[in-house]
Design a protein around this ligand. Structure first.
Ligand code: SAH
Length: 300
């Protein structure tokens, strides 16, 4: 039985995220100004005190207040990303790229408290792959995988909602990854053609309500027999078997599942040939985004 996809976050909530950018910037400024007038008598450049002098001068109460504001903003952006379709998330990030930076600063703080982090696990395991393996990192964040593996001779193609002007290419991975590959022809069973990617990584990045679109794109860009590696927060799964079945319907065969970690699950799938699908079959698959619940990070 089909269930309705989760409703998008209201416009009011989105407006709140956008305005929190301005509010927090001004409250950070206020904290900085207060700190400066109290304890920073010697700015590095006249009239333009440096960030380090202001950060160093925060009292522990001011630092606690700043951290709590940063944490609240991170949770608000996080919720918006999980409760909306990717088109909306992309528009929001492009309008205010600071949102992307703030999100990532908060995300890094969160995962630092975990015993291990999926990206480090992938850096370690992929570094043992043959040289010239082509890896696509869908929802790469700050591109940690590429930063570690490109210098080792791997081709890592990194995509996220906002580009950093270096390693990361801006793309909505749930609708169109700018890489070659077809889905085959009507009435035929095939693996498509034109693909160059050996491994796709989705590390904690199946965030938007239309995340099955990212799985569809992963299949389209992978060579036949290519690997899809997924890491997701354990508490997001409503039913792991249904999740695996959805991946199966897109054309991925489960190779391994690892639930030994306390925070996230790791899956490895292999791309197999499949029968061409009509758009109405895709609609039924995309409709199943609520198999993964939004991830709510706790106050820390
Ligand atoms: N994989 C990285 C980042 C994880 S945070 C790591 O493990 O360190 C999840 C990332 O997925 C965020 O950077 C978010 O912007 C990205 N993301 C979520 N939905 C996306 C989409 N539709 N298109 C591109 N990136 C997306």
């Amino acid at each position: 039985m089909k269930s309705a996809p989760p409703a998008d976050t209201s416009d009011a909530a989105l407006a709140e995220v956008a305005s929190s950018s301005t509010k927090l910037a001004s409250s950070k400024e206020k904290t900085k100004r207060t700190a400066l007038t109290r304890t920073s008598p010697k700015p590095d450049v006249e009239g333009a005190p440096s960030e380090s002098s202001s950060a160093g001068s925060l009292t522990s109460l001011q630092k606690a207040m700043r951290d709590s504001l940063d944490g609240a903003r991170f949770r608000l952006i996080n919720e918006t990303l999980y409760k909306n379709a990717s088109e909306r998330a992309k528009g929001m990030m492009q309008e205010d790229p600071r949102m992307f930076e703030d999100y990532h600063a908060g995300f890094r703080r969160q995962v630092q408290s975990w015993p291990t982090n999926p990206v480090n696990h992938y850096i370690d395991s992929l570094s043992r792959y043959p040289p010239r393996t082509v890896i696509a990192d869908l929802g790469c964040g700050d591109g940690a995988l590429a930063r570690a593996l490109v210098p080792e001779g791997f081709a890592v193609l990194s995509f996220d909602l906002v580009s950093d002007g270096g390693y990361v290419v801006a793309a909505d991975t749930c609708s169109a990854v700018p890489l070659p590959g077809s889905e085959g022809n009507e009435g035929e069973k095939s693996a498509g053609e034109g693909q160059v990617v050996d491994v796709v990584v989705c590390a904690l990045s199946l965030m938007s309500t239309n995340w099955p679109g990212c799985i569809r794109e992963a299949w389209r860009i992978l060579k036949e027999g290519g690997e899809l590696k997924i890491a997701e927060v354990t508490s997001r799964f409503t039913d792991v078997d249904l999740f695996i079945a959805l991946l199966g319907s897109v054309g991925f065969k489960l190779k391994s599942k690892d639930d030994s970690n306390s925070h996230f699950m790791l899956f490895e799938f292999k791309k197999v040939a499949r029968k061409w699908k009509k758009e109405k079959d895709w609609d039924a698959i995309l409709y199943k985004g609520d198999l993964l619940k939004p991830c709510e990070y706790k106050r820390r």
